[in-house]
Design a protein around this ligand. Structure first.
Ligand code: LLP
Length: 417
């Protein structure tokens, strides 16, 4: 299933032609295919059938309430990294009992909010965080359920160094050689309930091998803990499951499953996974309108009304996204172009050196596979208004976030008297 099919020369999402959608809601615009979102969730879940599974969808990939609510109704939990994501997940109807809280820098307020809500577990990333959480739990007279996030020193092969989080020398996780000590301490505290162990090695990983290695090492630690009288309820293998952005292939979930299912069954453990991009990446499309086409120094630039403020991935990570016209232009010359945005930075681009049918001003284009880390990383830089988001679901077209206005832009600002 693809979110967009071309018929009569125009891209459609379900029954709706993208040029009609753009005419109604304006551009730049994020469009989501609800059926595909659901299919991706079910595909993921099915790959791990046979485990007692909690899919903790990673809210950072895309936190729109409407999407979270659809996932909640499919049974999804949430992986959150801030008080804001906690509030979002709860507001969207994800039960606290299906929420895990990760992040190397949770504040005292955020830890307190997680306890208040009664979340399933905290993935604790340092000794200091563990001590702080314990003090807050004591003060509140509650027990915090914890997993330690272990840094296994696995160098994951992600496309960009910024999205590798599994090696020693990153801010993430507790070094493996400190793990046993910290678990012993946690197990001795009445206000802490040692519940699990967690790892997350990086994002956009299409090779199953690092997961196999992480699984081996996690289960070895789980056994060692159990042998010491510290039995766990769950293992959390994190997220990072890569999707296909071009003609590359996505992660082989069957291989990942083969590496974890036998062990979780044998050990009677619950399995938590934190996919973000795998669930929401492909279902999202960014629609932009061409403003100008110009040449400068031997290069051709297609300047659109969307750029790094709408989709930061190309600029920030060198991320590749397929771009194509909404309406085919039979006979148009194929030209190597940079598709760029209106932001005043040379790093403001959606695609570089791409051979595409040269569009004309006024044409619409799509940027594919933009559902994950698209809107959620959008900004107001250059005082640009963040785009609207629209969902195709149940045969209808739903505005799930209105376009920002100038009032949104200056909300909260004050000129001193
Ligand atoms: N769990 C933890 C602890 C994470 O840090 C992340 C992502 C995930 C799960 C979900 O990863 P996913 O399944 O979506 O790959 N902005 C970057 C990706 C940053 C990922 C940060 N952590 C990008 O656009 O490529």
């Amino acid at each position: 299933m693809t979110p967009l099919a071309r018929s009569d020369g125009v891209l459609r999402c379900g029954p709706f032609a993208l040029d009609d959608i753009a005419a109604r809601f304006g551009t730049p615009l994020y469009l989501y295919d609800g059926a595909l979102l659901e299919e991706r969730y079910r595909t993921f879940e099915a790959a791990f059938a046979g485990a007692r599974l909690l899919v903790a969808y990673s809210v950072k990939a895309n936190g729109n309430l409407a999407l979270l609510n659809r996932l909640a109704r499919l049974g999804s939990g949430a992986d959150i990294v801030s008080g804001g994501e906690l509030a979002r997940a709860l507001e969207a109807g994800i039960p606290a009992k299906r929420i895990v809280f990760a992040g190397a820098g949770k504040s005292e307020e955020e830890l307190g909010a997680g306890l208040e809500a009664g979340i399933y577990g905290f993935n604790v990333e340092s000794r200091e965080e563990l001590h702080l959480l314990e003090r807050i739990a004591v003060r509140r007279g509650v027990r915090a359920r914890i997993a330690l996030r272990v840094n296994l020193d696995i160098a994951s092969p992600t496309p960009h160094e910024y999205t590798r989080t599994g090696h020693a020398g990153t801010k993430f996780g507790v070094p493996a050689d400190e793990i046993m000590d910290l678990y012993r301490w946690a197990a001795s505290r009445a206000a802490l309930r040692v519940a699990g162990i967690a790892v997350h090695i990086g994002s956009q990983i299409v090779d199953a091998e690092p997961y196999e290695r992480a699984a081996r090492e996690i289960f070895a630690l789980e056994r060692a803990l159990s042998d010491e009288g510290i039995p766990l309820e769950y293992v959390d293998l994190g997220g990072g499951f890569g999707v296909a952005y071009g003609d590359d292939s996505e992660i082989d979930l069957a291989r990942v499953a083969a590496a974890v299912l036998p062990a979780v069954r044998r050990r009677g453990l619950r399995l938590i996974l934190e996919p973000g991009r795998f669930i929401v990446g492909e279902s999202g499309t960014l629609i932009v309108r061409v403003l100008y086409v110009k040449r400068s120094g031997n290069k051709t630039f297609v300047i659109t009304d969307g750029g790094m403020t709408e989709l930061l991935r190309p600029s920030h990570y060198g991320g590749y996204h397929q771009v194509e016209p909404v309406r085919a232009r039979p006979g148009a010359a194929v030209v190597v172009t940079d598709v760029v945005g209106p932001v005043c930075e040379d790093g403001d681009f959606l695609a570089r050196d791409r051979a595409i049918e040269l569009p004309a001003a006024g044409d619409l284009m799509v940027v594919r596979t933009a559902g994950a880390y698209g809107f959620s990383m959008a900004s107001n830089y250059n005082s640009r208004l963040r785009p609207a988001e629209v969902l195709v679901a149940g045969g209808g077209l739903h505005l799930i976030r209105r376009r920002e206005t100038f009032a949104d832009l200056i909300r909260g600002e004050r000129i001193p008297a």
